[in-house]
Design a protein around this ligand. Structure first.
Ligand code: HMG
Ligand code: MG
Length: 305
């Protein structure tokens, strides 16, 4: 194995949040909770449980309090699992705080237009909104992760310059983000472009604190992960059964499937701590509920055996 690939990779499982936020049908809290438990049983140690956004904007996350209550009830909470939630502003943070999330995610954009469409403010305004969230989170002993959308391409502006990624990374790090997720929201990236976006982020944050978040719209996500691994990026936001999409990024399909990423990594001798068979079952169960074809090729192959 080339020396520059990490020997261990951490998965940030985003299916309960990114995976379900764009679904037309209502997914009951019980089904979300069962998904979360299935993921944890498969070895997931970090996941996005929900988002504390406006229910008018994203109705599917309207049960954010219920899901967090459920996680906190009856010894359901796993001490060794990091439960993250998205918090776009102080209102969201205050709502989330009651449930003691382990990490909050402030989510900005490298594209000005996408920022407006997704969170109704400019990039600079978003930083002003995130700053008190980061400060309050730190004061409460909660980790702060920043995610940057549209780091290679935007549904409204087309190609995005790496300098935009560097700019937003710097701003997020300056206000206290300890980690930066570099997202290809609409899955248009190809390996060199993704590497350039990551390198831009690396101007302001250590590679150990960067994750790649790749949607698979154009089928490039695994290639983009391989390219990211070669830069030493060892954390990836992925989604069981390849679920996902952002309601404000029309046409973008799901995140890269966790099963496909884990299979690739296992084949490369890179440790993930995940039981692929259990993960495939969890992903199939939610796909069955949604009445969708499983978006993971690996899960489909494994479950056919
Ligand atoms: P706004 O309308 O500009 O907010 O929305 P506002 O401050 O003007 O408030 C308007 C109303 O919303 C008020 O209520 C507020 O209280 C309420 P009213 O007085 O009218 O009854 N409100 C809230 N309610 C609940 N929770 C809150 C909250 N904030 C205000 N946190 C806002 C601004 C950011 C809230 C809105 O634009 C929003 O919720 N956007 C969320 C969009 C979203 O969730 N997108 C998907 C996640 S990002 C993503 O998927 C990308 C990612 O996966 C990476 C990638 O792939 O790129 C992370
Ligand atoms: Mg996403």
């Amino acid at each position: 194995m080339p020396m520059n690939y990490p020997d261990k990779v951490s998965i940030i499982e985003v299916s309960p949040r990114d995976g379900l936020q764009n679904e037309k049908q209502t997914v009951p809290t019980d089904v979300k909770f069962e998904l979360i438990e299935g993921l944890i049983d498969a070895g997931i140690k970090k996941l996005e449980a929900t988002s504390f956004v406006s229910p008018k904007w994203v109705p599917q996350m309207g049960d954010n309090s219920e899901i967090m209550q459920r996680i906190n009830r009856d010894n359901n909470r796993h001490k060794d699992v990091c439960y993250s939630v998205l918090t776009p502003n102080m209102r969201g943070f205050e709502n989330a705080l009651a449930f003691a999330p382990d990490e909050v995610v402030i989510f900005g954009s490298a594209s000005e237009t996408f920022s407006q469409k997704n969170i109704n403010c400019s990039i600079d305004e978003s930083i002003e909104r995130f700053a008190p969230v980061a400060e309050a989170a730190k004061a409460a002993g909660i980790k702060v992760r920043g995610v940057i959308s549209c780091t290679v391409g935007c549904p409204y502006e087309g190609e995005i310059a790496p300098s935009q990624v560097a700019y937003v990374t710097k701003r997020l790090v300056d206000i206290g983000a300890e980690h930066i997720g570099v997202a290809d929201t609409i899955g248009v990236g190809t390996p060199i472009k993704v590497q350039n976006a990551l390198k831009a982020a690396m101007e302001y944050i250590d590679v150990a604190d960067i994750s790649g978040h790749f949607h698979d719209t154009y089928g490039q996500a695994l290639a983009n992960i391989l390219a990211s691994l070669s830069l030493g990026v060892a954390q990836y936001d992925t989604s069981a059964a390849g679920l996902g999409g952002c309601p404000y990024a029309k046409g973008a399909t799901g995140n890269v499937a966790t099963e496909d990423v884990v299979y690739m990594l296992q084949g490369m001798g890179i440790e993930t701590g995940i039981d692929l068979d259990k993960l495939a079952v969890a992903g199939q169960r939610i796909s069955d509920f949604l009445g969708r074809k499983n978006g993971s090729k690996v899960a489909t192959a494994l479950l056919r055996r």
